[in-house]
Design a protein around this ligand. Structure first.
Ligand code: AVJ
Length: 326
């Protein structure tokens, strides 16, 4: 019998990453999904992005929520007791404003973050219960892109689902519609959805937000390759790729790409082949859709949510829309 070398036992997470990477790098044009950005280092870099002067999204949405948290909670609850669900475990910095408003209004609140990562949920639970008295965290390990499954509500209770942070911007319009419909299917009539979308604006401002002067977004994009080196034993030289952000006006989205600086072949340990790149060939790593005024309301309506109210900032850079399930 021949000696066989068994690969190191792979975790379910590593399998998920490997499958997505094999699929994306065998496609033409090559692509990698944006959820792959968020390993530990990527999450750290994203937090730094949210603090950049050029990255107006987070601070603009936070301003809208901080100004209107009381009104949002009041409109959503309509006299009932709210439970707050969040899609993604979130950095909770913006969520905290809404949780605090709910606690002020009703004395306490159940917060149900939904995420695929048990570790992200565990740390969110710890942090939030410690920092905001009155919040009881009930995490759900679930992939919300496959629909939403929640426990039945009690009498006099209704849910407010948060899908903020322009997270929906990563999804193609058709996918986004499917996602909203899947959320609606997990809710009852009169439950509410709060959707945060980034709005179309000056191209220069959009490009700067995704290609900042300090190079943090470039590092965030290139970290994807470093992650594949760490987790899949790939042999990418990150210096052999460059970060590129482009505004695709026809499709109303910012695209991020990694551009191969040279013709090269890259070995990936856990695959049985090498990946070839032409000089200038790109890997498409993210779409970040920007909405026109009224577009989010339209999407909500066709997914079964009546748009109740839209809050925006003075410059109309970002919109937060509340829809009620009908
Ligand atoms: C987390 C998807 C909202 O699209 O602006 C930030 C991710 N990518 N800089 C966005 C991101 C590059 C971000 N979202």
């Amino acid at each position: 019998m021949r000696n066989t070398v068994l690969p190191a036992p792979a975790s379910a997470e590593t399998d998920r990453v490997a499958a997505a990477v094999r699929d994306g790098l065998c496609s033409l044009p090559k692509r990698l999904s944006p959820w792959l950005f968020y390993d530990e280092e990527g999450s750290r870099l994203f937090e730094r992005i949210t603090e950049l002067p050029e990255y107006y999204l987070t601070r603009t949405e936070r301003g809208i929520l901080s100004e209107n948290a009381g009104r949002i909670v009041e409109s959503a609850s309509n006299g009932d007791r709210l439970r707050i669900v969040e899609l993604g475990a979130g950095s909770a910095d913006k969520t905290r404003l809404l949780l605090a408003a709910a606690v002020r209004r009703q004395g306490g609140v159940i917060y149900e973050p939904v995420d695929v990562s048990p570790s992200a949920l565990a740390s969110a639970k710890q942090r939030i219960e410690r920092e905001i008295p009155g919040v009881q965290v009930a995490p759900r390990v679930e992939d919300y892109t496959q629909g939403l499954v929640l426990d039945a509500e009690g009498p006099g209770e209704r849910r407010l689902v948060l899908f903020i942070g322009s997270s929906i911007g990563n999804f193609e319009p058709l996918e986004a519609m499917g996602l909203l419909r899947g959320i609606r299917a997990g809710l009852r009539a009169e439950d509410a959805l709060l959707l945060g979308v980034d709005l179309v604006k000056d191209e220069m401002q959009l490009l700067a937000a995704y290609d900042d002067a300090a190079g943090v977004t470039a590092a965030f994009n290139l970290n994807l390759l470093a992650r594949l080196n760490r987790e899949l034993g790939a042999e990418f030289d990150p210096a052999a790729f460059s970060h590129k952000a482009v505004w695709n006006a026809a499709r109303s989205r910012i695209e991020m790409h990694l551009v191969s600086r040279t013709k090269q072949r890259v070995k990936i340990d856990s695959f049985e082949f090498e990946v070839e790149f032409e000089a200038g060939e790109t890997i498409h790593t993210e779409n970040s859709y920007k909405y026109r005024p009224g577009q989010a309301e339209e999407a909500l309506r066709s997914a079964g949510f009546a748009p109740e109210k839209t809050w925006t900032d003075e410059q109309s850079w970002f919109a937060v829309v509340l829809g009620q399930a009908f």
